[in-house]
Write a protein that binds this ligand. Structure first.
Ligand SMILES: Cc1cc2nc3c(=O)[nH]c(=O)nc-3n(C[C@H](O)[C@H](O)[C@H](O)COP(=O)(O)OP(=O)(O)OC[C@H]3O[C@@H](n4cnc5c(N)ncnc54)[C@H](O)[C@@H]3O)c2cc1C
Length: 404
């Protein structure tokens, strides 16, 4: 099954393909084939090229620096970039472009959009996400970080944890309590906070694979302008939750492409190592193939929903459980296929700390073991598998709510 895209979207696809042919060498194998240093340098350069050619924020309004196209063109773009093995965004853009960009478009005032959106596109502002706290992860509404108004500024105090790429970021979006007397899901406010100030301290946390990328963020009287609130004061819960429904069309389009490239690489490794004759391995590979195909169909379903209604429903939770548990299982299988060789790490670790290594990556032990570590984390961030199943049980299947 293949979906039919509109003529306008197909014309845009040709434009993207021509752009790729112009800007990538003929023997391009994917960013994963580069060394770590070259890949990072390429990604920075490539983001600039995408921006210079109008391929960042393509569905944003033109007067904020976007391309004024539809979500479908955005999906076509990320699909073609994924197929070509190049990134669609820079390293902080999951938080900058997708989350903050999407939130500003939905909730921001005209002044906020005019100020922040162009700076997100130019990467002058790099964002990170300040939601989780030591005692507030799945139960985010238990968070204790407080914000109080002091003249024309909010003063914020508390501790955040697990902030991905906070070391590289210069802005953080923070969910903080502004009304301690309200029930816990109310009285929260969504703030935009500059990080280059004495009240913000970022302390790195090493991941189990030994890489940095994670941080704690201490807010000790951090200040932000009174107007740097998204949505209404005390209505941050609704703003924070709307993140889930943003930009999932991208994910639905790229997940099957990236996971299929990774799957093909694993099959090649099994072939080279003579493991394809093992019936138990063949069985597990066949099951993995089916799961990638299911993801592809689920992707079409999500796309259809997002394109017709503009938001994603409970499919977001089905998708999250499906892809993250697939990735945890397939990376475990790949490491088993590699056998004892996986105990000695050779080659470079995956270029990113989530999901699979990039297209073109070598079948090295460091790549697969790193992807296995990512696979474990994949089932935790953006809502754990258990929490997603609770959502599905309660909101889709209508099962009784779990006791608080
Ligand atoms: C790679 C990675 C990147 C991250 N990046 C960021 C970031 O940039 N910014 C940010 O703010 N946070 C980030 N996080 C934090 C992430 O959002 C939390 O780890 C996640 O929400 C889970 O919270 P927790 O770690 O406190 O675990 P807990 O909520 O304490 O959960 C512990 C266990 O209990 C289970 N559990 C909890 N509640 C229930 C329930 N009601 N029913 C059934 N089981 C339950 C969970 O599934 C889990 O197995 C990141 C996490 C990871 C792993």
């Amino acid at each position: 099954m293949n979906p039919n895209y509109s003529d306008q979207a197909e014309a845009f696809r040709l434009r993207v393909k021509a752009f790729l042919a112009d800007h990538l060498p003929a023997d391009w194998k994917g960013v994963g084939a580069l060394s770590r240093e070259d890949a990072f340098a390429f990604t920075d350069r490539w983001r600039q090229i995408l921006n210079d050619n109008g391929f960042l924020g393509v569905s944003w309004p033109q007067h904020y620096g976007g391309g004024d196209l539809t979500k479908l063109e955005q999906v076509v773009l990320v699909e073609e970039l994924a197929k070509a093995g190049v990134p669609a965004v820079g390293p902080n853009d999951n938080f900058s472009l997708k989350m903050m960009g999407g939130l500003l478009l939905k909730w921001g005032t005209k002044e906020q959009k005019q100020y922040f959106l162009p700076r997100i596109l130019s990467a002058e502002h790099l964002w990170c996400q300040g939601y989780s706290e030591p005692d507030a992860g799945s139960d985010l509404a238990s968070l204790r970080t407080k914000a109080e108004l002091d003249g024309d500024e909010w003063v914020i105090t508390g501790q955040k944890i697990w902030q991905t790429r906070a070391k590289e970021a210069n802005w953080i979006f923070v969910l903080a309590r502004t009304n301690p007397d309200a029930p816990k899901h109310r009285g929260l406010t969504f703030f935009m906070v500059p990080m280059d100030q004495p009240g913000v301290t970022v302390v790195p946390i090493r991941k189990m694979g030994g890489h940095p990328g994670f941080n704690e963020v201490f807010l000790d009287g951090a200040r932000t302008a009174r107007g740097n609130v998204i949505g209404e004061v005390d209505n941050g819960w609704e703003v924070a939750n709307s993140l889930l429904s943003l930009e999932r069309g991208d994910e639905a389009a790229t997940n099957p492409v990236l996971f299929r490239a990774e799957f093909d690489r694993m099959v090649q490794m099994a072939r080279e190592r003579g493991r394809l004759t093992d019936p138990a391995i063949r069985d597990r590979i066949a099951a993995a193939y089916c799961r990638v195909e299911i993801m592809r169909y689920l992707g079409y379903r999500i796309l259809t929903g997002v394109l017709s209604t503009g938001v994603i429903g409970p499919e977001a939770s089905i998708s999250k459980v499906q892809w993250s548990e697939y990735h945890r299982d397939v990376t475990r299988l790949a490491v088993e296929i590699m056998g004892a060789d996986a105990m000695v790490l050779e080659g470079r670790a995956p270029l990113r700390g989530y999901r699979c290594d990039d297209p073109g990556a070598p079948n090295s032990s460091a790549s697969w073991v790193g992807a296995l570590y990512n696979g474990v984390a994949d089932t935790i961030y953006a809502g754990t598998s258990q929490v997603q199943r609770n959502i599905l049980g309660e909101r889709l299947l209508g099962l009784p709510r779990e006791p608080q």
